[in-house]
Design a protein around this ligand. Sequence first.
Ligand SMILES: [Mg+2]
Length: 498
Amino acid sequence: MSCSLAPQRPGMPARQISASSFAEEFDTARNRLTKLDFEQEHKPGHEHEDESPIASPSLSSSDSLTSEEPSPLGSEDGDDDATPFTPMLDPDSDNVADNFAFAFDIDGVLVRGGKPIPEATEAMKVLNGENEYGIKVPYIFLTNGGGKFESERCADLSRQLDMTVSEGQFICGHTPMRELSSRYRDCPVLVVGGEGETCRLVAESYGFHDVITPGDILKANASTAPFRRLTPAEHAASRDLLSSRRRRRRPEVRKLSDIVISAVFVFADSRDWASDLQIILDIAQSRGGRLETRSETFDEGPPIYFSHSDVVWSAAHEHVRLGMGALRKMVETVFEETTGGKKLVTHAFGKPQVGTFEFAERLLRQWRAEKHGLGLGTLHGRSQAPAVRTVYFVGDTPESDIKGTNAMDEKSGREGTEWYSILVKTGVYQEGTEPRYRPRKLVGNVLDAVHHGIRREMARKKTATEGRLLSLDEDVFKKVGEGRMPEIVERVGPFSEQ
Ligand SMILES: [Mg+2]
């Protein structure tokens, strides 16, 4: 899959090294020494254990970058003189940051009420290379929203952000349900939520072969939900569960109670909470998922999956609106109320479940490889690019975005990918309140979040570079102390040479 990114701004002119001072001459010599060491270590037959020439940022490469240009990101964190990181060249000769990436929630971060948040377009441009370093930063989208094909959501987002969003960088709430289709491939499943028949079609595209909707059940027995009447369009679109066509495939089905629902999937927000609640509860209280039956023990219903559990979300209204998590709570609460205190355990995908973030990390690895060539192939037996070191996750909901990112970071541990949570103020979170789950960084909007992440990487790169310089200084002075100055001069040339 491909992604047309915004045109890249031309990079800054390379700094010309001046030999006007001893310090600069010494730096030049030091860089050459490093380069000589590097070349020697990478001669054929010389096995280098720690670095590959592609993956390793080297001191010599900083010659072509400017250490005197002011940071384009301002001086908030005192990073003005940060040394730019060395980008990796991707197959299209684009400069790509090879060890960090971004992941974004959508509603309340990039879009609100169907309209882009003002800073969102600029934030994407910065990541697409419109920054003074000319680098591109890989990124993906991870939303709890859904109810459409991923391709449709990508088209919507592309239009809203005036850029191209690929399915290869997009996860919505129900995307991970695709992985359950093999388990329920030929079993009847109930799919709930979304506009019209879309979620049925999405589920079928995932590989579920026998998808039943609440509309199908209401069409077969209108008394299931006394206050809901299907519109003529809904009636026509809903399938006849007892039709001769269906019975050719399932001859054992002669009445609704012959149908056994193996699982319930709430793909997207319900459009009619009352009837959907009734039908989900009926199945939860049934004998093993068999329609129109009642269990005596209320503990034999099929599993119920929600694509996420956000109780509220940020929509066009000035106050947050109820989301799927509220329906989930209603299902569990009313189940308990109507069964004399029996507990119903339901399952949720989406954020903040760590499994969803693990899914996202796998997608990001695939996207970095497919789009940017990162992590493809090997050199000297090593991957050409390191695994992503840090993922900056930008979200607006502490209970899903921040909680999930922090949990994922904790699970990854010190050796795994760092998941760094950034909370914005343009959605669910309200400024001045204490977020229930604390982010690593609180910023105003998504553009601030992008700047913060890049600035932090600059600072880390600077620290790493200084560490290497310090170690090299020690090496040079040690050699001088050993009376090996002529050797150094011979290797790097006199200090006055350029
Ligand atoms: Mg959100």
